[in-house]
Each structure stands twice: as structure tokens, then as C-alpha cells.
Design a protein around this ligand. Structure first.
Ligand SMILES: *Cc1c(COP(=O)(O)O)cnc(C)c1O
Length: 430
């Protein structure tokens, strides 16, 4: 399989180049040259398969020509070594719990897959690779932990100072080994801009083998499609399935759209936003107007210029009407998010995190107008990752799972840096 850039200004790439580059030289995002199709026989047996089995089939359809069967199986089975339960919350609403991995957020899936595939693709590389990753909280921990201890790989995590939760910060600042954390004076958008600029800097790239682990990377994007198949297969047989995705950079939603394009019978997608409603505005007005992000309590969705918008547009041939017909949007303020968490917990005992709360509510609102459908939303993080916020919302506060407590015990090691590109470049070259 070869991969093209959404900007279409560069030739097709091999898997290796696309994954190690992350972003194409023309600033576009890589997309598969063709999207594999699954037919009825695949879907009629899907319910009998395990998560790992069906993921391997999807992975093989993309990567089978480039990665031999045994290593590919190892990559998939090792990346997905935790469960992804579908839990009924109430009525026609289900939660696909993507937070049972090592850092307790859905990004473990893509990041663990990427780390293993990248190590495989770079196995003959002499000088080692530098992974750069900008994070609004959960990416940094998933990527850092995904690569932790891997020989020949150095990871640099950029995060906005004071804008990620304490637990999130501990998950990438206490690791040591091959992981460094840069605490940037600025927002997530600044972090993302620094990383993008580094990839487009020819001089820097001549001297350092840089690669990206952000959701723009093809090797995070494609594995995120796996669990849409899994979620669909766990729903009551015969149901018309609507899926709602709490969205920031829109990598997760794009992967769902990709799964649908492969034949997965998802009836409709709903994109849930917090106050950063750039995508919702696009659906309402046909104008895509990126702006600075606003800090909210669903901080992993605080994105003002969602990168994967390019992939969504590409999937719909840059046709606004088609995209707007396939996806609905909703947005919620912090006050609304608090109310949703409280109300759902009070009514069902199901505890949503602030991101999942946006998705739950958007799905609930959407299903009001589609009485035949059922739906699942992606519960993208364990609520305890946002302990400060959850403690404010809940009368009793929230217990922190042992897995997260273990991170909190380490000592924070981070390096402060401005949001100026020259400073970041100097750091990378030292
Ligand atoms: C990253 C993240 C999101 C947003 O996912 P995108 O793929 O960037 O749209 C939502 N919820 C949580 C908890 C996250 O960490």
C-alpha cells in the first residue's frame, strides 16, 4: 500500500516513509491510496471474533503488503493487550470504554500500535529516531509509555504549562529513560505549531531524524479504526448503530469514518465538542475558521485548529454537503459538562469523564430525533485522570485507580521552554 498527502503536492509514499515522517513535506496528512473493503462475509462473522482477531484482519488489509504476517500479528496483539468493554449506560445508549490501557485513555491504542510499528520499520536505522509529540494531556502519556525503554528511540513530549491535569502530567514527566518532557509557555496549539514547524525545517531534518507520534501519524490514525468494528460487533444484533466521538484534533472521528468507508455499517456519526466548537461551526456555516483554543474542563479536546479536519475533508472529496450529511455536531460549555456528569451519575451510577460527558449528551440529543437507532459513544478516558475536576463535580470525590497512583509517586522532571520556534530548535540541536 502507498500513501498520498491530503495536499497532493508530493509523490506517493511508502508505509515506512509515511510513518517515520508523520507529516508529508507539503504539510498534508497521509492517507491510504485505496481503502480496503470488507464484505458481508466479514461482518456476518465479526461477532464471533475477539478484539485482537478482528483488529489483525483490519491491520492486514492495510499493512499486510509491507509487514510480514508474524511481526504484524505481534504488533497488533501486543498493542491491544487490554480489554475495551461496551457497557450499557441507559436505554439505547452504550459506552465503549477505551480507558482500560496502561495510561487509561483511548490514545493507548494508537500510541502502542505506532510505537511497535515504528520500531519495526526503523529496525535497520543506524542513528536512532527522535519522536516529537505535542500533547493536550493524554497523547503525551500514551506515546511516552508506548515507547518507554525502546532502544534507538528518543521521545520529546511538548505540553502546555499549567493546562494539563496533575495525573496526566505525572504520566509523562516522571518516566525518565528515553522520555523528555518540555513544559511550554503557551497553549496546546503552540505545542502543535512547534512540532509542525520542526518537521518542515529542512536544516533541522538534515541533522536529526525526526518523527511524529501525534494523531496526524498514519500509524495512530489507522489502528483507531479497529475498535469501531469491535464496538459495532458488541451492540445488540440488528440495531442501527450511531456512534458519537468526543473530539479535539478529530483523529478518532476520522478513524471511525475510515471504518465506515471500509464497509462497517454505522448509520451516522456525531461529533461532540466542548466550547472549542470550530467543527460544529463548520457544519453550521460551511466555513472552517480555526481560532485559538479556549481552556475547558474537557481539556484534551481544547483544540482550535483540528489537524485531522484535512482527513475528513479528503474522505468526502472536499464536499461540504457530503460531510455535513454524514456527521452531526454538538458543543457543551463547562457548566453543561458538570451538570451532565452529575445527572448521569445520579440517574444511572455510570461515571462519565468530562470528555465522555460531551459525547454521552450529544448522542442522547441526537437519538431523540432518531428513535429507531441505538448508539455508542467513545468513553475516551478514565474519570480519575481529571481528579481535580471530578472532585469539584461529585459530592464524594473520586477514587484513583492503583495504575494511576503509581505514576503520581514518581518525581517530576521537565524542562521549561518558551513558545518560540527558535528556542525549540536550539533545544533539539543541543
Ligand atoms: C485526545 C482526546 C480526545 C480527542 O481525540 P481526537 O482524536 O484528538 O479528536 C478526547 N478525549 C480524550 C480523553 C482525549 O485524550
Amino acid at each position: 500500500m502507498r500513501y498520498y498527502s491530503t495536499n497532493k503536492q508530493v509523490p506517493l509514499s511508502t508505509l515506512r516513509d509515511a510513518v517515520l515522517k508523520g507529516l508529508a513535506d507539503d504539510g498534508g496528512l497521509y492517507m491510504p491510496e485505496h481503502i480496503p473493503q470488507f464484505g458481508n462475509s466479514f461482518f456476518s462473522t465479526l461477532r464471533k471474533k475477539t478484539l485482537q482477531e478482528m483488529s489483525l484482519e483490519v491491520a492486514a488489509a492495510f499493512f499486510g503488503g509491507d509487514v510480514a504476517a508474524a511481526p504484524l500479528r505481534g504488533i497488533v496483539y501486543d498493542a491491544l493487550n487490554f480489554s475495551i468493554p461496551l457497557t450499557k449506560v441507559t436505554g439505547r445508549l452504550y459506552s465503549l470504554e477505551l480507558f482500560h490501557g496502561p495510561t487509561m485513555a483511548f490514545k493507548d491504542v494508537g500510541a502502542r500500535f505506532l510505537a511497535r510499528l515504528m520500531q519495526y520499520l526503523a529496525r535497520n536505522e543506524q542513528s536512532g529516531i527522535n519522536v516529537l509529540v505535542a500533547t493536550s494531556g493524554d497523547t503525551g502519556s500514551a506515546v511516552a509509555n508506548g515507547f518507554l525503554g525502546m532502544a534507538g528511540v528518543a521521545v520529546t513530549v511538548l505540553y502546555p504549562k499549567g493546562l494539563v491535569s496533575k495525573i496526566q502530567e505525572s504520566q509523562f514527566t516522571t518516566l525518565g529513560q528515553n522520555v523528555r518532557a518540555l513544559e511550554v509557555e503557551g497553549t496546546f496549539d503552540d505545542c502543535q505549531r512547534l512540532v509542525k514547524q520542526a518537521f518542515l525545517d529542512k536544516e533541522l531534518n538534515a541533522r536529526r531524524k525526526l518523527t511524529s507520534a501525534n494523531s496526524i501519524n498514519l500509524a495512530r490514525f489507522i489502528p483507531q479504526a479497529f475498535y469501531y468494528f469491535w464496538g459495532w460487533a458488541q451492540m445488540p444484533p440488528g440495531s442501527e448503530v450511531v456512534v458519537c466521538v468526543p473530539s479535539g484534533n478529530f483523529g478518532n472521528l476520522s478513524a471511525g469514518l475510515l471504518a465506515q468507508r471500509m464497509g462497517l455499517p454505522i448509520k451516522h456519526f456525531v461529533a461532540a465538542n466542548n466550547a472549542n466548537d470550530i467543527f460544529l461551526k463548520y457544519l453550521q456555516t460551511a466555513e472552517f475558521s480555526p481560532r485559538s483554543s479556549i481552556a475547558t474542563i474537557a481539556s484534551a479536546m481544547d483544540v482550535g485548529n483540528p489537524s485531522n479536519f484535512a482527513r475528513i475533508m479528503d474522505l468526502y472529496g472536499n464536499d461540504y454537503a457530503k460531510a455535513a450529511a454524514a456527521i452531526s455536531g454538538y458543543s457543551y460549555s463547562d457548566a453543561q459538562i458538570r451538570t451532565i456528569v452529575k445527572r448521569v451519575f445520579g440517574g444511572t451510577q455510570y461515571l462519565l469523564d468530562p470528555h465522555g460527558a460531551c459525547a454521552y449528551e450529544a448522542l442522547r440529543e441526537y437519538l431523540e430525533n432518531d428513535k429507531n437507532a441505538q448508539g455508542f459513544f467513545l468513553e475516551t478516558a478514565h474519570p480519575a485522570k481529571f481528579k481535580e475536576t471530578m472532585d469539584e463535580i461529585l459530592d464524594d470525590g473520586i477514587a484513583v485507580p492503583g495504575k494511576l497512583q503509581a505514576f503520581m509517586r514518581g518525581a517530576k522532571q521537565s524542562i521549561g521552554i518558551s513558545n518560540r520556534y527558535e528556542d525549540f530548535k536550539a533545544f533539539l540541536l543541543q
